[in-house]
Design a protein around this ligand. Sequence first.
Ligand code: GCU
Length: 339
Amino acid sequence: MNVKKAFEVCILVSLIAGAVICCRRKETHPVSANTAPEYVLTYAENQSEGHPTTQGAYRFAELVYEKTNGRIKIKVHPNAELGDEVSVIAQVRFGGIDFTRTSIMTVSDVVPQFNVLQLPYLYRSSEHMWKVLDGEIGQEFMSYLDDYDMKGLSWYDAGARNFYTVNRKITGVEDLKELKIRVAESNMMEVWISELGAEAVPLPFSEVYSALETGRIDGAENNWPSYISMSHNKVARYVTVDEHSRIPEMQVVSKSTWNQLSEEDREIIQECAQLSAEYERVLWNQQEKKSRERMERLGCIVTELSPEETEEFRSASEQIYEQFCGEYKDIIDRIAAVD
Ligand code: GCU
């Protein structure tokens, strides 16, 4: 082949290869091959890959990428790669991390009104909670973040929380006495557990498994999917279905990131956050049911509380309402009135 011919073949091969790459790209993202993202933003998530909230985060990132034609790329970091929730919230506030999905337990130490939403026995049911969060009260809570360098984007589901222990069956408040129970890093959770008679041990979520295994704590409390996905079931087999609280989670964006975005991009991000939340809620329902079945198959010892036993826990929790949320009584009453 002479030099001219070789050159022509080379050009032809490059053109075909280019066309194939363009087609592939088109299949996965409706984005032109040459689009370089204008923004590459970080998203912190402390749950593992398969958890509904992490799946929601990936869906959010995909939607934003598609709807901005590749101008905004969000890189999701699961497994607490960017730190525990307390430090992530601090970083979101000063703009070091752009987005996070967080439990509102840790938000409530920064934004005191949020203690209301994590009160034990606040909601009558999951439906009641969603009516509150999807309505005007939920919007008001979102807006409270504005004063703390953050913006709330959407509510994620995290089901109901139950106690689980290494070697004691819990059927009444008395059974918690002198047990070391892990709590999330939230002032209110710490005080509440102490008032129930246990020794509250605040720890980041990622440290709970080893603390149960080494005997640093005797038990913890969380929802079914987290109990299973973090393998807590392998070291704490006694589960009490007391459903003491429903603590929602939220997607949050740093105010400093938000302020840099155009009005059009803000609308897209807001819409994608809502769509990802709807997706997460569907996954949550599926996984909550599956985790419960799986847990029973794996030999966990499950105790259901009778209405009288539940009532004992509920009345032992009353004090915390006045202590942490005395000044928000009107909001609590409005929540109770939602039907
Ligand atoms: C839930 C929540 C986590 C949180 C954890 C905890 O599982 O999804 O984000 O860290 O509770 O108990 O700390």
